[in-house]
Structure formats: structure tokens, C-alpha cells
Design a binder for this molecule. Sequence first.
Ligand code: MTE
Ligand code: MO
Length: 374
Amino acid sequence: DPYALEPVRSKILKVNGKQPFCAEPPPPLLVKNFKTPKDVFYVRNHLPVPIIDIENYELELAVEDDTIKTLTLEDIKKYPKYTVTSAIMCGGNRRSEMADAKPLRGLSWSVGAIGNASWSGARLCDVLNGLGVKEEDYNHVQFEGMDLDPSGIPYGASIPISKAFDPRADVLLAYEMNEEEISLDHGYPIRVIVPGVVGARNVKWCNKIIFSKDESPSQFQQNDYKGFSPSIDWDNVDFKTAPAIQELPVTSAICIPQRGERITVDKNGTIPVKGYAWSGSGKKIIRVDVTVDQGETWHIAKLVAQDPDAKEGRHYAWTLWSLDLPVDKTKGSVEIWVKAVDSAYNTQPESFKNIWNLRGFLCNAYHRVKVDLV
Ligand code: MTE
Ligand code: MO
């Protein structure tokens, strides 16, 4: 049984899949900390967690099929240690809401398939410099995990080579999460961190990096984690026609209150509302708007936590927001909508209908939460 030696897991997470293990935290726990503790951080495994023989761990660097260098964990730790606070979000986060618009295939994530952590390790660009590999000669950098499918094929993904070489992209070979050794579920001993890019390219348990003309041949690069028109369905989909998802669009979610809760309106006629907002590719969240009347009037949330050290264009961490939302108690219930705006003034679509896609990715329409008022 390849799942016999899975790590012991915290009971906090809601399990969406047992084998492979997939789980997310209850939304209120998400907004308790700017940096998500490891036991609260969602887990998305596609395969059994690999067994790590740390004494013999090596990271192999290859050009197409030829190995050019191998690094031990100690070798990786000799490069300058660099820390980046970055959210990681699954391409299918909030899929359950898109599925409400029209059925689709995929794990039914609520708003918790995202977490924000500080990651420390060697910068990939530092490791690549001195290898003699030229950016112009290749198109992609592939990563392989140590987790294998039943036929022995590893989890894999790739990113454009320009991203890997760009020092401002902050791509890391991370060995620490929140100042501790990365836990087994989150990629011990080495996890690739590609800030601002879909979770699927942030390869855990990485033991091989390949410079190549082509993208990763992995099914997760080729036949999954791609977006399609709402008119494409399983009978007419051709995965070759869409590029692999890399940088993610702006999103936001309400974590407090949760759908269906009974909320006591305070003496000022308001209820506390809290959530997160995040945009891919290092774009900063500049505003979060909340409405209780389908957009007739908007309330501007307070941005309560953002990475204070992030430079322009490198806002890889999420933003936590909150507000005391005025509501009309006599109505008995209220539907709260939220949308965020990023530094390119990108914002979210109003509904899921026109962004629906068969695999349920890029689910970034306004988040709507209906609650009862008492
Ligand atoms: N890396 C490996 N080796 N195997 C995996 O199954 N899942 C990917 C990515 N990296 C995966 C992986 C996906 S789809 C996501 S969303 C994130 O890891 C989840 O990271 P987490 O489990 O640390 O939250
Ligand atoms: Mo994912």
C-alpha cells in the first residue's frame, strides 16, 4: 500500500480526498494569521507522499536528458538564504461555487485551498548562474517531484525559463516554511516556490530540474490545470488548444461569517466581516469592495495585513481585510458580496456563468455569502 506511511495530520482540516490526501481549513481559521501555520495550510497531493531518505537526497540539474550537476541539501543551503512571503493557491480554489453554476469535474474546494507563508531557501536564479546554461537556448524549466504514480512517473510541472532566471520573480528552492523545516505534506526537503503562480507549479519534494525546449510532459502540465471557454465540454475538449495556467487572476473571499450562519447585529447596526484577497504575478491588492445590495452601494474594506517588505510588482503575499458592515436587521437576512481590485486595476467577474470551465479552474467571481440576521 503506497499510502501506508502517510504523515500524521492535524484534525483541523476538512478532508476533501483521503488517498491522495487533500484537505482545507475552515475559512475562519484562514484569516486568524497573516502567515498560515502549517497545520492550517491546505494540502493538495495528487499521489502518495514519497518516502524521503534524507541521507541520500540529491537534487539533479539536467539539460534535456543529460545531468549536468547534482546538489545535496547541504549544497543548496550554501547559497545565500533568501526569504519570500508568498501565498500558494490551488487553481481549483473556490471550485464548489463554480460547480453551483453548472456541474464540472474536480475536488469540491471551498475558499480554503490557499495559504500564505514565508518560504526560505536558495534562489533558483543563483543556482542557475554558473551552470553555463543560457536562457536564450531553452524555453522552459521543468521540476519533478519524488512522488510517483503507479507506473513510476513523477509529479511534474514547468515554468517559462524567463521566470526561472528573473531575480525579481523570487523563485526559490525552499527548505523552510514559516522559519521551520518544511513539513512532509508541504514538500520536505525541497519545494520549488514560484510566487504569484498557480499552486500546481510549486513542486513539492523536488529532486530534479530540467532545462528544455518543451514544457513538462507531466499530465498536470499537459492535460490538467488549463482554462477553457464555457462552451467547451468533455465531448469536444482538446487540451492542446489552451496554455497551461501560470499566473493567477485576482480573487477574494469572505471567511467570516460563513454561509448560512446566524449573526447578531451589534448596536451600531453592523456585523463584522473578514476575508482575504490576492492577485497573481506579484500584483498588490489596492482595494476590497463589499456590497449588501447587489452593487447599488459599496463599502470599502480596511486592508488589515499586507507584506510590509514587498516591493512594487512583487506583492506575493495575500492581503487580509475586514470591515464592520452596515446591515438592515429588519430584512432578516443579507447576501454579502466581495470583489478585490489589484494594482493593474484588474477586478473580479460578477458571476461564474461566463467563466465556467469544465475542470473548474480560475474560480474568481465575486464571493457571495448569505447569512441570517438576529
Ligand atoms: N508537488 C508534488 N510533487 N506533488 C503534488 O501533488 N500538488 C501541487 C503543488 N505541488 C503537488 C505538488 C498542487 S496542484 C498544489 S495546489 C500545491 O502543491 C499544494 O500545496 P500544499 O499541499 O503545500 O498546500
Ligand atoms: Mo492544485
